[in-house]
Design a protein around this ligand. Structure first.
Ligand SMILES: Cc1cc2nc3c(=O)[nH]c(=O)nc-3n(C[C@H](O)[C@H](O)[C@H](O)COP(=O)(O)O)c2cc1C
Length: 388
């Protein structure tokens, strides 16, 4: 397997439709999902020549830390649906490679388990839509487990309309039906692996689950939906969390400016991988405006639609300091199993980014600048100065 696209195809063949669609799908008509991809395809980079780049340094600094590569794993719920052990394998591989790993509130492995594996590299992601006491407990657990970077996701105002999940009747606990049985029987390796490991659940809420009915995914999404959170909540969180705080899911430049002014350390420009609303632009399209609004020194991360090392180079050149990837890692663990998949994804992305840098004449991450971005000369007005 040599690309994330190949891993995706293998994942599609290996997973039952309901699991693959949960991972792969987007909101509504999936325009934003497609747009995330096409926006990267339409962003071309122009190589610089005669710049020595025999040795490339992929390392970078972000929020006071040194990372071996300028990308990490986006926080994702229910990763173990891709393959049992995915959360752990991704956290361990990220720590081994010295890059960050995002652990979701909705993860299928607990805060404590992941923190034991990757205390230095885990960023804990939280939704604040639930009751304040639950949120406070989660923050307390993350802190007690030694985690020092919090990612507050603010773009999940309401449970999304994911049509593939609706068509498949996707629900947790799984709802037995003849269609589900046929889906499972025609994907025996996944079904066997999940049967042995147990259907993944929201491990961070397991204590509550033990006392009540199993938590259904719909109810969970509903309870965490954040339509009621406002700027005051962000101010409180900034006061409460003394360590590094990143806000994820920001697209509007004015929001970015206000968030930065509140003393937040970094922002992830993201449309949640096209999973919340079909009508939104892609994050990579919004990035230049957000960068211009917050200025050159504020830490901007980007996710949504990144599928290759070339895409990572594109995002960095367009103004991001760091890049996160979600589905790319899940395609890999679904295709190859948890550990092999996690390592394969890292190898592919590292190799692609390194090659892209060599071809572009970049010897370090700081060489990936907006000057590399292709500006199409308009047909009516050929502009030889477009690259000056
Ligand atoms: C299966 C899945 C579950 C996700 N769960 C969460 C989550 O719990 N919290 C969150 O902030 N983002 C979540 N996301 C969004 C990712 O963090 C990230 O923004 C998105 O996947 C980036 O787009 P990409 O998949 O195209 O790389 C999820 C994404 C996927 C694919």
């Amino acid at each position: 397997m040599h690309s994330i696209a190949q891993l995706r195809l293998r994942a599609k063949a290996r997973l039952p439709r309901l699991a693959f669609d949960f991972i792969d799908g987007g909101a509504g008509s999936e325009e934003s999902l497609r747009r995330n991809q096409s926006a990267f395809e339409n962003l071309a980079l122009v190589p610089r020549v005669l710049r020595p780049c025999r040795e490339r340094d992929l390392s970078t600094r972000l929020l006071g830390r040194h990372y071996a590569m300028p990308f990490g794993v986006s926080p994702m719920g229910l990763c173990n649906l891709a393959w049992p052990g995915t959360d752990r394998a991704l956290a361990a591989a990220a720590a081994g490679a010295n890059i960050p790993y995002g652990l979701s509130t909705m993860a299928s492995t607990s805060i404590e388990d992941i923190a034991r594996l990757a205390p230095e590299h885990t960023w804990f992601q939280i939704y604040l839509g639930g009751d304040a006491a639950t949120a406070d407990q989660l923050l307390h657990r993350a802190e007690a487990a030694g985690l020092r970077t919090l990612v507050l996701t603010v773009d999940a105002n309401f449970p999304a309309r994911r049509l593939r999940d609706r068509a498949n009747g996707f629900a947790l606990p799984l709802r037995p039906s003849p269609a589900l049985l046929a889906d499972l029987l025609s994907h025996p390796s996944w079904s066997w692996a999940i049967w042995r490991a147990g259907v993944p659940t929201f491990e961070n809420f397991r204590a509550a689950q033990a006392q009540q009915e199993p938590i259904a995914i719909g109810a969970m999404l509903q309870s965490l939906a954040q339509a009621q959170i406002d700027w005051g909540v962000l101010e409180q969180i900034r006061q409460r969390w003394r360590h590094t705080l990143i806000v994820k899911g920001v697209m509007h430049p004015q929001d970015a400016v206000r968030i930065a002014a509140l003393g937040v350390d970094g922002i992830v420009v993201s449309n949640h991988g096209g999973r919340q609303l079909a009508a939104v632009p892609s994050a990579i399209e919004m990035l230049p405006a957000v960068r211009q609004a917050v200025g050159p020194h504020f830490s901007l991360l980007l996710d949504s639609g990144v599928r290759s090392g070339d895409d990572i180079a594109r995002a960095l050149a367009a103004g991001a300091n760091f890049v996160l990837l979600g589905r790319s890692f899940l395609y890999a663990t679904a295709a190859l199993g948890a550990q092999r998949g996690a390592e394969a994804a890292l190898d592919i992305l590292r190799g692609e980014l390194d090659t892209a840098m060599a071809q572009l004449g970049a010897s370090c991450i700081a060489d990936l600048q907006p000057e590399l971005i292709f500006q199409a000369a308009s047909a009516s007005q050929p502009s030889p100065g477009a690259f000056s």
